[in-house]
Write a protein that binds this ligand. Structure first.
Ligand SMILES: *[C@@H]1O[C@H](CO)[C@@H](O)[C@H](O)[C@H]1NC(C)=O
Ligand SMILES: *[C@@H]1O[C@H](CO)[C@@H](O)[C@H](O)[C@H]1NC(C)=O
Length: 116
C-alpha cells in the first residue's frame, strides 16, 4: 500500500466508527408534575411547546419521546429503541406519545403529527 492508501483506509475506519458513535443522541428529559418519579427531571416549564432545557445523552440504543396528556401536561424522555422508532405514535387513554431519533428532537410539538 502507498502511504496515501493507508491514510484512506484509516480515514474510512474513522468514518465507520464515527457513524456508530453518533447513534447516541440527546433527548430532552423533563416532567411538569413534581413528585411522580425521579426518572425525569422536574421542570415546571416542561409543557412549553418549544421546550429547551433539561436534556440527557442516551446510551445509543434509545429514542426520544414526547408524552402529551389530554390535560396539557407533558413528559419528555427516552426509551429503548427496540420498542419504538422515529415517527411512531402511541395512543393510550388520556395521552398520546410520539417518538423521534435525532438530537433534541422531542420538542416543538404536542405530537400533532400523530393526529391526521
Ligand atoms: C442542555 O442542558 C444544558 C445543561 O442543563 C443546558 O445548558 C443547555 O442549554 C441544554 N441544551 C439545549 C439545546 O436546550
Ligand atoms: C394530567 O394527567 C396526567 C395523566 O393522566 C396526571 O398524572 C396528572 O396528574 C394530570 N395533571 C393535572 C394538572 O391534572
Amino acid at each position: 500500500m502507498t502511504t496515501m492508501d493507508k491514510y484512506t483506509v484509516l480515514w474510512l475506519i474513522c468514518v465507520v466508527a464515527g457513524v456508530q458513535i453518533t447513534s447516541a443522541i440527546i433527548c430532552y428529559d423533563c416532567i411538569d408534575t413534581p413528585g411522580i418519579s425521579d426518572h425525569w427531571t422536574y421542570d415546571p416549564n416542561c409543557a412549553a411547546y418549544d421546550y429547551h432545557g433539561s436534556n440527557y445523552t442516551t446510551d445509543g440504543n434509545e429514542v426520544c419521546y414526547i408524552l402529551y396528556t389530554d390535560n396539557g401536561s407533558v413528559t419528555r424522555g427516552r426509551v429503548n429503541e427496540g420498542v419504538h422508532q422515529e415517527g411512531d405514535c402511541r395512543f393510550e387513554f388520556g395521552f398520546v406519545q410520539c417518538y423521534c431519533e435525532t438530537d433534541y428532537c422531542n420538542t416543538g410539538s404536542y405530537c400533532e403529527q400523530c393526529v391526521h
